[in-house]
Design a protein around this ligand. Structure first.
Ligand code: IPM
Ligand code: MG
Length: 361
């Protein structure tokens, strides 16, 4: 196989700590599996603002466009909070998602056996949990126009637009059905069709697409109920497909089921094999620089990259198993530590070493 190009964008806060960990794991598994990877690094988010004045430079975008896959850390922090929306660190990520047409965000939620007790829910509710959130990523209220804050009659109004075209809905719902087809043939489409027209259309299109997937059972659920059901009985779900904003919210809820937001990876895909891979967690300014951040969501994101963009499923499985075994051996970063017998609380570096050791074993 020819050389594959990866662009690493550490970004801000803990992004700069988890990215080197993921790259170490990637280099190690690449050597083991004879993969030829060419890894470039560039600035994004606040780090890019400080250096170039923009959250993403044309050069970074061009590098991303030319690469087989993008590994993304996290963006944002208090330093840049006062900037207008179009100039904020988060914009760098949104530009990448939209510019690379990565409309499908896959957020697998898996509870590692070793962590069933670390969840905020009773372990019997989450042990063995394995669900997939398919989030629409390049449309909806995140990108709809008009948007802004403006003064009318001496008062300011903030406004955004929730808009979806039939084709935007159809292509993401199809990703939901295709995913369900590879898993347990159950799909839950989440909307707010009792209040929002855009999502009433969503429900209608989901029904229409369902005719092409007779083997998959489609269920509709209102988003408020879905939030409730996720914390009441999460194992009722297998694949969830939903809008950009509902997916943002429900994936953080789902993350907590696994014990920590620090555990959840994600893949953002478009029509081809190019993808962007990032942890679901953010830049965590409160713990950035202290060496305690959990690198596993970033490492597991690299595993998803190996599977979905680099056509290296065995290497992906190697990484996932190494993570599971590092957890089985009792290594816990602070976010997942319970102080239970057999557990050792470790920092970022030690967790990385534990994964590398398992990978070499
Ligand atoms: C996520 C994040 C982003 C989002 C932010 C950083 C723009 O919360 O990937 O879930 O809202 O999509
Ligand atoms: Mg989010």
């Amino acid at each position: 196989m020819s050389k594959q190009m990866i662009l690493a964008l550490p970004g801000d806060g803990v992004g700069a700590e988890v990215m080197p960990a993921a790259l170490s794991v990637l280099r190690s598994v690449a050597a083991k599996r004879y993969l030829e990877l060419e890894i470039h690094e560039a600035l994004i988010g606040g780090a890019s603002i400080d250096e170039t004045g923009s959250p993403i430079s044309d050069e970074t975008f061009a590098l991303a466009k030319a690469s087989d896959a993008v590994l993304f850390g996290a963006v944002g922090g208090p330093k840049w909070d006062a900037l207008p929306f179009g100039e904020r660190p988060e914009r760098g990520l949104l530009v990448l998602r939209q510019g690379l047409e990565l409309f499908a965000n896959l957020r697998p939620v898996q509870v590692f056996d070793a962590l069933a007790d670390a969840s905020s829910l009773k372990s019997k509710l989450v042990s063995g949990l394995d669900l997939l959130v398919v989030r629409e990523l390049t449309g909806g209220i995140y990108f709809g126009k008009p948007r802004g804050i403006e003064t009318r009659n001496n008062e300011r109004y903030g406004f955004n637009t929730l808009v979806y075209s039939e084709s935007e809905i159809e292509r993401i719902v199809r990703v939901g059905f295709e995913s369900a087809r590879k898993r347990s043939l159950r799909l839950t489409s989440v909307d707010k069709s009792n209040v929002l027209e855009a999502t009433a259309l969503w429900r209608e299109i989901a029904e229409k697409v369902a005719a092409d997937y007779p083997e998959v059972t489609l269920e509709h659920m209102l988003v408020d109920n879905a939030g409730m059901q996720l914390v009441r009985a999460p194992k009722q779900f297998d694949v969830i497909v939903t809008t950009n904003m509902f997916g943002d919210i429900l994936s953080d809820v789902s993350a907590m089921l696994t014990g920590s937001l620090g555990m959840l990876p994600s893949a953002s895909l478009g029509a081809g094999t190019q993808g962007l891979y990032e942890p679901v967690h953010g830049s965590a300014p409160d713990i950035a620089g202290t060496g305690v951040v959990n690198p596993l969501a970033m490492i597991l994101s690299a595993a998803l990259m190996l599977r979905y963009s680099l056509n290296a499923p065995d290497a992906a499985t190697d990484v996932e198993q190494a993570v599971a075994r590092a957890l089985d051996a009792g290594h816990r970063t602070r976010d997942i530590a319970l102080g239970a017998p057999g557990e050792t609380e470790v920092g970022t570096q030690d967790m990385l070493q534990a994964v590398l050791e398992q990978l070499a074993a």
